[in-house]
Design a protein around this ligand. Structure first.
Ligand code: SAH
Length: 258
C-alpha cells in the first residue's frame, strides 16, 4: 500500500513539537487558512481548533476519508478532494464560500514543491508556513553570487519575503523520507505576476554559470531576446555571470529589452 502511494509524497509529520511549532509560527487564531495536503490531519486538527475557517485540499480519497471522519462535523472546516495544482484562488474561495485566504500552510509533498510555489504567486495571502526539502529551502532563501542563487531564489524573492525558520530532521516524519526538511515562512509581496518576465528569468538561469554576453549569444536567447546582447553591453554588464545578478539588476535588464 505504501509503495503504491509513494508518488503522492505521503510522509506524515508526526513530531508533536514540530507540529506545535508550525502552529505557533502561523498564529491561526481567527484566520481563514488554506492547508495543502491534509494527510491524516495531524496539523489540520490543531488548526481547526483556532481558525475562523480551515480549507483543506487533499487529493487522495483515502486521506479525505480520514479527514472527514476527524473533522467532517466541524462547521469551520471545508475538505476539498482535489489536486492543489489544479485549483485557483477563485476555485478555493468559491468551493469554501470564503471571501479571502489569510494564511497558507503545508507540509508540502516534495514532488509538487516547485509547481506549488510558482502557483502561490497567483494567490493573495498574508503569511505562509511551508515545510519542504531542506536543499529546496536553502535555494529559496539563497543570496546572489552563492551556489544557492538560482531561478528558484529569484522567483521566491520576487514574489515573497522568505524567512528561514528551522531544520526538521527526517526522523520527524513517518514513514521517514530520505532527506531532511526545513520550515520557511513566506510573506506575500505586492507583486503582479508577469509571465513573460518570469520566462526571461527561466531562460537566463538556464545559463547560470555563463556571462551575460555568452548567454545573450545562445541560439534561443538571440531568437527570443534579439537586443539583449547590445543592451547588456550598453549597461556595461556583459561580463557579469548570471548567478551574480540581483533581482533589481534582472528587472532593469528586462525593462530595457521587453
Ligand atoms: N499535512 C499532513 C500530511 C503531509 S504529507 C502532515 O503534516 O502530516 C503530504 C500530503 O499531501 C499527503 O496526504 C498527500 O496525499 C497530499 N498530496 C500530494 N500531492 C497533492 C496534490 N497535488 N494536491 C493535494 N494534496 C496532495
Amino acid at each position: 500500500m505504501y509503495n503504491k502511494r509513494k508518488h503522492f509524497g505521503q510522509h506524515m509529520l508526526t513530531d508533536e513539537r514540530v507540529l506545535n511549532y508550525e502552529k505557533e509560527m502561523l498564529q491561526p487564531e481567527g484566520k481563514i487558512i488554506l492547508e495543502i495536503g491534509g494527510g491524516t490531519g495531524n496539523l489540520s486538527k490543531r488548526l481547526a481548533e483556532e481558525a475562523k475557517h480551515l480549507i483543506i485540499v487533499e487529493k487522495d480519497r483515502d486521506m479525505t476519508g480520514t479527514l472527514d471522519a476527524l473533522l467532517g462535523d466541524k462547521k469551520n472546516v471545508t475538505i476539498l478532494e482535489e489536486d492543489a495544482l489544479n485549483l485557483s484562488e477563485k476555485d478555493v474561495l468559491f468551493a469554501s464560500k470564503q471571501k479571502r485566504i489569510d494564511q497558507i500552510i503545508s507540509n508540502v509533498p516534495y514532488s509538487i514543491s516547485s509547481p506549488l510555489l510558482f502557483k502561490l504567486r497567483n494567490f493573495n495571502f498574508e503569511k505562509a508556513i511551508l515545510c519542504l526539502q531542506k536543499e529546496f529551502v536553502d535555494r529559496m532563501v539563497g543570496l546572489p553570487g552563492t551556489k544557492d542563487w538560482s531561478r528558484l531564489s529569484v522567483m521566491t524573492q520576487l514574489y515573497f519575503k522568505p524567512v528561514y525558520l528551522k531544520k526538521v530532521g527526517k526522523e520527524s516524519f513517518s514513514p521517514q523520507p530520505e532527506v531532511d526538511s526545513a520550515i520557511v515562512m513566506l510573506f506575500k509581496k505586492d507583486e503582479r505576476t508577469d509571465e513573460k518576465r518570469d520566462k526571461f528569468i527561466e531562460h537566463l538561469f538556464s545559463h547560470k554559470k555563463n556571462t551575460l554576453h555568452a548567454a545573450s549569444k545562445a541560439k534561443e536567447m538571440r531568437e527570443t531576446y534579439p537586443n539583449l546582447e547590445k543592451t547588456v553591453a550598453d549597461m556595461k554588464m556583459e561580463k557579469r555571470r548570471i548567478f551574480t545578478l540581483t533581482i533589481e539588476e534582472i528587472q532593469e535588464i528586462y525593462s530595457k529589452i521587453k
